[in-house]
Design a protein around this ligand. Structure first.
Ligand SMILES: Nc1nc2c(ncn2[C@@H]2O[C@H](COP(=O)(O)OP(=O)(O)O)[C@@H](O)[C@H]2O)c(=O)[nH]1
Ligand SMILES: [Mg+2]
Length: 329
């Protein structure tokens, strides 16, 4: 199924944007999502087909098997235990008797685990609403900012981007390309500039132009790099001088393919600078999509968006029900 859609290789930002322009827009999001989550789906359901086709009876062997699959997909111990225990108790009191009722119950439990993370980002509380984007190198920050700009523009909002990754010249250029692509202004001061100053200027400029949303890029960093974490804290402090509530969203972008490690990184970022939301990227390229369940059980943070590809439309607001339906489809 869908074998004609080939995975793209890592490519330069220019080519990536050109490719994004050609992305077809599908109206059927669930089918799309289901296709994007193919690798995780396979891990979850490998060897389970016989069962879901009703050819295997419901017993503890089956639950053991399901448990292994859930753990392999990085659903994590806590969420897996909840799922298996709940299924077991339903089986014991005969509330589940066939493949269909198990499928329905499994979906219901999985949705209930993810539901608390479904808190869409509302940008109406401030103008400009400032989103500070943080995370490790390569997580997908800049790409996600490009997609986010598109997302907000489609909602009729005006957007301005701040090139706060001043570490490498290429980073500013990459953001500028996304700015061109979306036809939104990009405020930058070039390589080596103080990111706090760039982002401060961007917010001041957005205020004067009556722009709705500022999205600020930052250089990738590890939570162990104290000086770089202090730099993020400084950005937040400086922004607070314009608006005590800014940044209104501190969004970590994390790469799902890092699985439990990404979770650990996010926890450390949260402890160090305080996060208000997450965007989980590259769910299309990994079998570790179950990480969202781990996130739900261990990090008390909203998952605002999920990234399911490299194209401009491949970032979507997180919807727990849609996600589980796509996984179990
Ligand atoms: N397959 C896939 N690739 C992604 C996704 N998000 C970002 N990428 C790719 O990840 C790479 C690094 O992204 P970039 O935005 O430069 O990361 P940054 O260092 O955090 O700014 C690029 O090749 C992106 O196209 C996603 O959701 N799916
Ligand atoms: Mg970047």
């Amino acid at each position: 199924m869908f074998g004609f859609i080939k995975r793209k290789q890592k490519i330069a930002p220019e080519a990536e944007i050109a490719a994004a322009k050609k992305q077809p827009q599908s109206e059927d999001n669930t089918t799309d999502l289901s296709h994007s989550l193919e690798k995780t789906k396979r891990t979850l359901s490998d060897g389970m087909a016989d069962f879901f086709l009703g050819k295997k009876s419901i017993n503890s062997d089956l639950l053991d098997e399901l448990e292994t699959h859930l753990l392999s997909a990085d659903v994590g111990i806590d969420a897996t235990t909840i799922i298996i225990d709940e299924l077991q108790s339903n089986i014991s009191r005969k509330a589940i008797s066939d493949a269909e009722s198990l499928h329905l119950k499994l979906a219901e439990i999985m949705k209930s685990i993810l539901q608390p993370c479904e808190q869409p980002l509302n940008t109406d509380s401030a103008k400009p609403f400032v989103i500070l984007v943080v995370g490790i190198n390569g997580a997908g920050k800049t790409t996600s900012i490009g997609k986010l700009a598109h997302h907000f523009m489609q909602q009729g909002k005006s957007v301005l981007l701040a090139a706060g990754d001043t570490f490498r010249a290429a980073a500013v250029e990459q953001l500028q390309e996304w700015g061109n692509r979306n036809d939104v202004p990009v405020i930058s001061q070039g390589t080596g500039a103080d990111p706090a100053s760039v982002i401060f200027d961007a917010v001041a400029s957005a205020s004067s132009k009556n722009i709705d949303i500022v999205i600020a890029d930052t250089a990738g960093r590890l939570h162990t790099q104290d000086n770089l974490m202090a730099e993020l804290a400084k950005i937040k402090r400086v922004l607070g001088k314009i608006d005590a509530n800014a940044p209104h969203e501190t969004l970590i972008v994390m790469d799902a393919s890092f699985g439990q490690n990404a979770l650990h990184q996010a926890q450390q970022f949260h402890n160090s600078i305080g996060l208000t939301g997450m965007a989980v990227t590259k769910l299309d390229g990994t079998a570790k999509g179950g990480i969202l369940f781990s996130i739900a059980k261990t990090l008390n943070l909203p998952v605002r968006f999920i990234g399911v590809g490299e194209g401009i439309n491949d970032l979507r607001p997180f919807n727990a029900s849609e996600f589980v339906d796509a996984l179990l489809e």
